[in-house]
Design a protein around this ligand. Structure first.
Ligand code: PGA
Length: 247
C-alpha cells in the first residue's frame, strides 16, 4: 500500500505563505517524481486558502479540515461538503482532537459529517486517539474502539475513508508515541476494521502526533502504519518532504 502523507496546516499562514508552501512542496515532488510510486500526498489548508492552493496543485491532493453535516442553506459560518467538492477538495479531516476539544464535537456529529462528506464523494480522514489521562489509566483501547464504533458512518470502505490514530498527548507536544505503542494500537485498529468491513485490511491507518523527519522512518517501519497526518512539520516544505522521503 502506498503511504499517504497528509499535511494538516491547521489555522496557520496568510495567503502568501500558503502559496509559497504549496509551491515549494510541488517543486520538491517535481524534482523527484519517483516518490509518487511510494507516496500519495494531500495538504489540508484553512478554508480561506483552498482556492489559491488548488490553483497550484500538480501532484498533491487537497483536503479541508472540517465540513458541515448539512446541505447548503441558512447555516451562518458553515461550509458544506458540496462547496468543498466544488473548490477542488478530495479529502476532509474529521474528528480531530482539537475539534473534539474546542468545539465539543461528539462522535455522532463526526459520523453525520462523514456521511455527508462521503455522499459528496469526499474521502474522510477520521481521527481517533486517547488523552494522556486515558492512556495512564490503561483505557486507550476502549476509547479508540468506542470512537471507531461511533464516529464512522455506514458505508465505510477503503475508497472513502482513512483512519488517523493520533494520541492527544502526542499532538504538537514533541512527544511521540513509541514504535511499540504505535504497533499495538495500529494492530488493534486493524483488527476492528477487518472484523467490521470486507475491505478492512485495505483501509489506510495513519499515525499522527509530532511526526518529523527524524522519527518518520521508525514510525513508517511499524506494521499497519499506512502514512502520517502531520501538523507542525507540514508547515515547512523541507520537513514535510523529509517525512515523505522516510517512507
Ligand atoms: P503535530 O500535529 O504533527 O503538530 O503533532 C498532528 C495533528 O494534529 O494532526
Amino acid at each position: 500500500m502506498k503511504k499517504l502523507i497528509a499535511g494538516n496546516w491547521k489555522m496557520n499562514g496568510n495567503a502568501a505563505e500558503a502559496s509559497a508552501l504549496i509551491e515549494a512542496v510541488e517543486a520538491k515532488i517535481a524534482k523527484d517524481m519517483d516518490i509518487l510510486d511510494k507516496c500519495d500526498f494531500v495538504v489540508c489548508p484553512p478554508f480561506v486558502h483552498l482556492g489559491l492552493v488548488r490553483a497550484k496543485l500538480e501532484n498533491v491532493a487537497m483536503g479541508a479540515q472540517n465540513c458541515s453535516q448539512r446541505g447548503n442553506g441558512a447555516f451562518t459560518g458553515d461550509i458544506s461538503c458540496a462547496m468543498l467538492r466544488d473548490i477542488g477538495a478530495r479529502y476532509v479531516i474529521l474528528g480531530h482532537s482539537e475539534r473534539r476539544q474546542y468545539h465539543k464535537e461528539k462522535d455522532e456529529t463526526i459520523a453525520a459529517k462523514a456521511q455527508a462528506a462521503n455522499a459528496e464523494g469526499l474521502i474522510t480522514i477520521i481521527c481517533v486517539g486517547e488523552t494522556e489521562e486515558e492512556r495512564e489509566a490503561g483505557k486507550q483501547n476502549d476509547i479508540v474502539a468506542a470512537q471507531l464504533e461511533k464516529s464512522l458512518p455506514d458505508g465505510v470502505s477503503e475508497d472513502n475513508t482513512v483512519i488517523a490514530y493520533e494520541p492527544v498527548w502526542a499532538i504538537g507536544t514533541g512527544k511521540t508515541a513509541t514504535p511499540d505503542d504505535i504497533r499495538a494500537m495500529h494492530a488493534f485498529i486493524r483488527g476492528k476494521l477487518v472484523a467490521k468491513y470486507d475491505d478492512g485490511d485495505k483501509i489506510r491507518i495513519l499515525y499522527g502526533g509530532s511526526v518529523k523527519p527524524s522519527n518518520a522512518a521508525e514510525i513508517f517501519a511499524v506494521e499497519h502504519v499506512d502514512g502520517a497526518l502531520i501538523g507542525g512539520a507540514s508547515l515547512k516544505a523541507d520537513d514535510f518532504m523529509g517525512i515523505a522521503a522516510a517512507a
